[in-house]
Design a binder for this molecule. Structure first.
Ligand code: UDX
Ligand code: UDX
Length: 441
């Protein structure tokens, strides 16, 4: 049992707190947002993450997890402090580190014993050293501490499973004793542990996310070529994925990547490279392709409905940047809705959990209570998020409800042949070939 403080109870911080508590540690989770902490004290989760409520409840009941807004209280008994505050995109895509600075300063002001401070937030290479400088400068008296980078690799929607079954744990610090103590914390997870220096650990996070984003933009480029040449990108991805050097994951073509990480991390890495006088042309292409995929929705609608979309009603199924989350950060739906409204179309939408968050961002659209309500009197439906509940809709009912049976499938969840047989004008992404699916042997 170790005493741990976690700063920030967002998507990463709350999962980290709950999971470390579940492993038998005593965790005090802090947030400067009083409303979030008040909610948590009353058993209400500030975010949607499958399974998280149960783990929080269990560990609060067992006395292993508590919440506070007071740094003094959080740090009092802590041996480890995890920084999990947000690092949004700032000017020109450079990571905005004001929250990390605030957290580091606040830790320094109250620390009265030795601490291991662990950076989980995704931060530009060199930030660990910067955090150490801030703490040194802000400490009322000199107390030893170590800064360790331990980047998170949690996917929203499956964050608990990812936390408990990581592919690897990356630790960066020149203080090997501190790195070893953090490694001990992660031992129950039984994953390979890589210990390296701070900057290399920080770079591993950016390189990993940039690579995954590259894989998505790569398959999206292939999808666009497939469409022109009459091949089916879904089958291309299957055929590629069996090659162990390529692997089957992150090869799903569609409206592209969104979320709190890929868009801002690729931009931040590009920014870091440019600051050093480099020309990160691959990263630029990854970003361009991703932006183009969103525009493709409008192109496909124009193709099916005519150039002028004004007066048309377009129904969106899904608003969150991916299924199983209520997170709207950098969601493709935001760009798509904006473009549709600019073109004079009306927008109706439904998402199983993200509508409350979406309502704060997307104005002048109609939120519906189910997919069929979206379909009613729509000129076209666009699948933006691949929620499971959209995969087995009663499509004949959908067709009857629509003004025109048109579907643009931004996540390739439907079979083009079946959709055509049911009378839909259907456009997926990269579905040029209408043959039968290849079978694995
Ligand atoms: C995380 C990471 O920290 C980010 O670097 C990574 O790239 C994406 O995931 P996330 O947990 O998704 O961020 O952020 P968010 O849900 O916005 O939560 C951050 C929390 O930190 C908020 O609850 C906020 O109130 C809190 N916070 C912020 C503090 O407690 N102190 C601060 O000084 C600033
Ligand atoms: C990502 C990282 O995967 C994770 O390790 C951590 O660093 C946080 O950021 P997350 O953003 O939660 O996780 O979701 P992820 O599953 O990676 O999906 C990101 C985006 O890419 C989503 O918009 C998703 O729809 C899209 N995507 C994913 C595709 O378009 N195609 C794919 O094949 C896979």
């Amino acid at each position: 049992m170790k005493n741990i403080a976690v700063i920030g109870v967002g998507y990463v911080g709350l999962v980290t707190s709950a999971c470390f508590a579940d492993l038998g540690n005593r965790v005090v989770a802090l947030d400067i947002n009083e409303e979030r902490i008040e909610k948590l004290k009353n058993g209400i989760l500030p975010i949607y993450e499958p399974g998280l409520g149960e783990v929080v409840e269990r560990n609060v009941a067992a006395g292993r997890l508590s919440f506070t807004t007071s740094y003094k209280e959080a740090i009092k008994d802590a041996e480890f402090v995890f920084i999990c505050v947000g690092t949004p995109s700032g000017v020109d895509g450079e990571a905005d580190l004001q929250y990390v600075r605030q957290a580091a300063e606040s830790i320094a002001e109250v620390m009265d014993h030795e601490l291991i401070i662990i950076n989980k937030s995704t931060v530009p290479v060199g930030t660990g050293d910067w955090v150490a400088d801030i703490i040194r400068a802000k400490q009322p008296e000199e107390i030893p501490f170590a800064v360790v980078s331990c980047p998170e690799f949690l996917r929203e929607g499956s964050a608990l499973v990812d936390f408990m079954n990581p592919d690897r744990t990356v630790l960066g610090s020149l203080n090997l004793e501190a790195a070893d103590k953090v490694a001990q914390l992660h031992l129950p997870l039984r994953a390979p542990i890589i210990v390296t220096d701070l900057r290399t650990a920080e770079m591993i996070k950016y390189a990993s996310n940039a690579f995954l984003a590259t894989k998505i933009s790569f398959i999206n480029e292939i999808a666009n070529i497939c469409e022109a040449l009459g091949a089916d990108v879904k089958e291309v991805a299957v055929g590629m994925g069996y090659d162990k050097r390529i692997g089957p994951h992150f090869l799903e073509a569609g409206v592209g990547y969104g979320g709190s990480c890929f868009p801002k991390d690729v931009l931040a890495l590009k920014h870091m490279a440019m600051k050093e006088g480099l020309h990160p042309q691959l990263l630029e292409a990854v970003i361009d392709i991703n932006n183009y995929q969103r525009q493709q929705v409008i192109n496909k609608l124009r193709d099916l409905l005519g150039e002028d979309l004004s007066g048309r009603t377009i129904g969106l199924l899904g608003l969150a940047f991916k299924p199983n989350t209520d997170d709207m950060r950098e969601a493709p739906s935001i760009t798509i809705v904006k473009a549709l409204l600019e073109n004079g179309a009306s927008v109706k939408a439904y998402d199983p959990v993200a509508m409350e968050n979406a309502g704060r961002i997307l104005k002048n659209i109609t939120f519906c209570s189910n997919p069929y309500e979206v379909a009613e009197d729509s000129d076209a439906l666009v699948i933006v998020t691949d929620w499971n509940e959209f995969k087995h809709l009663d499509m004949l009912r959908v067709r009857e409800l629509m003004r025109q049976p048109i579907v643009v499938d931004g996540r390739n969840i439907y079979d083009p042949n079946l959709m055509q047989e049911m009378g839909f004008a259907y456009r997926g992404f990269g579905r040029g070939y209408n043959g039968t699916r290849i079978e694995s042997c």
